[in-house]
Design a protein. Structure first.
Length: 112
């Protein structure tokens, strides 16, 4: 279930912001970064806006550290935003790693 996934990614991003955010705007940029890698999924909030989503594979390039860095580039025009967007992307990758670790048959969560 996609709605569950983006909510979980935002929550994990908020936990990351507790440790790393300095200004209130930093929290916003971490949250944006925490959902940004799913721009490659046609059912995600951002993927529905992405006209190139049909040419992308989910959990492909956007779900790598390099992909997170590339996704952060547009935020270079906002002073101090790009590192926090990148940190949000890292929190997304962390959440996906947790998901694959704990979604065994014992801990099967519907929609994961």
């Amino acid at each position: 279930m996609i709605i569950f996934n983006w909510v979980i990614h935002i929550i994990i991003g908020l936990f990351f912001s507790l440790e790393f955010a300095i200004r209130p705007m930093d929290i916003l940029f971490i949250v944006i970064g925490s959902i940004l890698p799913d721009i490659d999924h046609h059912k995600s909030m951002l993927g529905r806006l992405n006209i190139f989503v049909g040419f992308m594979s989910h959990r492909g390039f956007c779900h790598t550290l390099l992909g997170g860095a590339v996704l952060s580039v547009p935020f270079l025009c906002i002073k101090g935003a790009a590192p926090y967007v990148f940190l949000g992307c890292i929190s997304h990758l962390f959440g996906d790693a947790l998901q694959s670790t704990f979604s065994s048959k014992i801990f099967k969560i519907r929609g994961w």
